[in-house]
Design a binder for this molecule. Structure first.
Ligand code: IPE
Ligand code: IPE
Ligand code: MG
Length: 264
């Protein structure tokens, strides 16, 4: 009898996750969720493990969160995996981080293909080591025809670098006479960013308690809803993701207007 009751108790969270998924799906789901995956190092430190153990554990979270994002019908999941500033870290840590895409994709690529996930990347591709480039290239090619969730890795990504590159492109077009200064508007700038083909993030999540952007999508998050959690990335799970989206669904996005404002 007791055993039966206990079994019931442990089964309950599963059922409630299923219920929560159904409830979230019955409302408007954010089309683009972007996540600053932070806290791997602290997760490892708390366990007296080397920082790279935290990165390895964080890779498993990527798998879990990709699955739930797909299940929820999110169109784009952008994951900040390595910033242009992360080159300042010790070589040994950088080398490990550069090997993670290869490990992640060699383990999970069949699953991503099967789930109709399309792998993409934003960031400076050329500066990556060859083995990292090959892993990403292979995954992008293998999933190119998929039209489910776009799993977009921000790898060697920096928003300021992205803006500098886009301004250079636009300046070149002006210099060669293809466009004039008057043609510069928000949509032209947006169309020269690495995210040109994607909708802007509706929801930006950052884990680990840090409340900053760290050079992530400065232009694109102009009207994103922000969600900060103290949970460290390796501990972030389906329930945490659902909580962020449930909270998002309660927000009133006004985009500068008075629409939805109870005082009007
Ligand atoms: C996030 O975890 C992963 C990367 C930035 C590559 P961190 O490595 O930044 O972990 P903390 O912030 O030191 O805990
Ligand atoms: C931001 O995290 C970059 C990624 C998550 C890839 P960091 O850990 O590098 O950011 P800071 O240094 O705390 O701002
Ligand atoms: Mg960090």
């Amino acid at each position: 009898m007791l055993e039966k009751l206990l079994r019931k108790k442990t089964a309950a969270p599963d059922r409630s996750i299923t219920e929560r998924i159904a409830a979230v799906k019955s409302k408007q789901v954010p089309a683009h969720v972007a996540i600053i995956m932070d806290g791997n190092g602290r997760w490892a430190k708390r366990r007296n493990l080397p920082r790279i153990a935290g990165h390895h554990e964080g890779m498993k979270t990527v798998r879990k969160i990709t699955r739930i994002a797909n299940e929820l019908g999110i169109k784009v999941l952008t994951l900040y995996a390595f910033s242009t500033e992360n080159w300042k870290r010790p070589k040994m840590e950088i080398d490990f981080l550069m090997k993670l895409p290869g490990e992640f994709l060699s383990t999970y690529l069949p699953e991503l293909v099967e789930q109709n996930v399309k792998v993409e990347m934003i960031g400076n591709f050329e500066m990556l080591p060859d083995h990292t480039k090959h892993a990403i290239q292979r995954a992008m090619e293998a999933t190119a025809d998929n039209d489910g969730l776009t799993l977009n890795f921000a790898m060697n990504y920096g928003s300021r670098l992205e803006l500098v590159e886009s301004f250079k492109e636009i300046a070149t077009l002006i210099a060669d006479g293809s466009i004039s200064v008057e043609d510069i508007d928000e949509s032209l700038i947006g169309s020269h960013l690495m995210t040109a083909h994607l909708p802007e993030p509706d929801l930006l999540i950052r884990t680990s308690g840090e409340v900053r952007l760290s050079n992530f999508m400065l232009w694109q998050v102009a009207y994103a809803e922000f969600s900060f959690t103290d949970v460290l990335w390796p501990d972030f799970n389906a329930s945490c993701m659902l909580s962020a989206i449930e909270d998002f669904q309660l927000r009133n996005r006004r985009f500068g207007s008075l629409e939805g404002d109870g005082n009007v």
